[in-house]
Design a protein around this ligand. Structure first.
Ligand code: SF4
Length: 311
């Protein structure tokens, strides 16, 4: 078992363990089970009940609010083949794994029907679909988290994708990279170095406090990969110009360009994270005044049937 797999066993699960670890009584079991890797938990200030990293993993009692639902994006409506989501003409998204290193309490896929959508076991049907759609030139690996797959399984998946001639780009969307930097193994780096595909890795970082030295060291090994970041705009986590501008500057110092700032997908249980549209637009405008243009992420919202909406 590799180092990162051992590390994923060092994970806090359940309210009792978390309360003991953080000397707290804040954790209660709600809809989405608690899961916090120690590499992330150790970045949280135990003396601060409002720590912005803590807020992301702390379940809250649901507040009934209009517009929130169990499956806000209705991904299955855009899934012509199990395990594959096709919303945009040139690219498809694969549900590469149902597992995540961390459970983010704002996650829009927390109720997703993963058992019906496993891209690995349904690969042949997925390949047939992609081969009959030559306009597709990019495959996006998502989940769950694609980096929760072992290096061996990832290699098989990448080799399968490489065999389809019209696929040029391979994109990873991953939160594992930042919450468990030990996942960036030498084997993974070699795998991404040698593929014929152009690789883009989109890290999911919401606050500069997540950018540990371990992460900085790990990510700098990915010299042949285009590094981008997406964040979710979360109330009491990163809804200020100073927090967002520090995040952009610190990401850039690591060679990562801020790409998207997502408005919250309205999933039940995440109501307390909502930043309303007017506040978000104002924040974004202020950010644009403070930062160079290339450091300002695009403010976007995912729509359930159409594409992203630019705000
Ligand atoms: S890592 Fe991504 S998919 Fe997994 S719980 Fe967090 S937001 Fe959801």
């Amino acid at each position: 078992m590799s180092h990162w797999q051992q590390n994923t066993r060092n994970t806090l699960k359940g309210a009792d363990k978390c309360n003991a670890f953080f000397y707290s009584e804040q954790f209660t079991e709600q809809n989405f089970p608690i899961k916090i890797p120690l590499e992330f938990a150790n970045l949280i200030d135990k003396r601060n009940p409002n720590d912005p990293l803590l807020k992301q993993v702390l379940p809250q009692i649901k507040i009934e609010q209009q517009g929130f639902s169990v499956e806000p994006l209705e991904d299955e409506k855009n899934s012509p083949v199990a395990g594959l989501i096709h919303k945009y003409p040139n690219r498809v998204l694969l549900i590469a794994s149902r597992v995540c290193a961390i459970h983010c309490q704002y996650c829009f896929r927390q109720n997703f029907n993963y058992s019906e959508h496993d891209a690995i076991s349904n690969w042949q049907a997925i390949e047939d679909y992609i081969r009959t759609h030559p306009q597709i030139n990019e495959v996006i690996l998502s989940g769950g988290d694609p980096l929760s797959l072992s290096d061996e399984k990832l290699q098989v998946l990448i080799s399968n994708i490489e065999r389809i001639p019209h696929i040029k780009n391979l994109r990873f969307h991953t939160r594992s990279a930042v919450v468990t930097p030990s996942r960036i193994t030498v084997e993974l780096v070699k795998m991404l170095d040698k593929t014929r595909l152009s690789v883009v890795l989109v890290t999911h970082v919401n606050h500069a406090n997540e950018l540990s030295n371990k992460f900085a060291k790990a990510i700098q090994q990915l010299t042949r990969v285009t590094l981008l970041n997406q964040s979710v705009l979360l109330k009491d986590v990163n809804d200020s110009v100073s927090v967002l501008s520090t995040l952009s500057s610190d990401l850039f110092a690591l060679g990562i360009l801020p790409y998207y700032l997502h408005l919250l997908d309205k999933v039940s249980g995440a109501e307390h994270f909502l930043v309303d549209d007017a506040t978000a637009t104002k924040l974004h405008r202020e950010l644009g005044k403070k930062l160079s243009g290339y450091l300002v992420p695009r403010l976007v919202r995912d729509e359930n049937l159409a594409a992203k909406t630019w705000l």
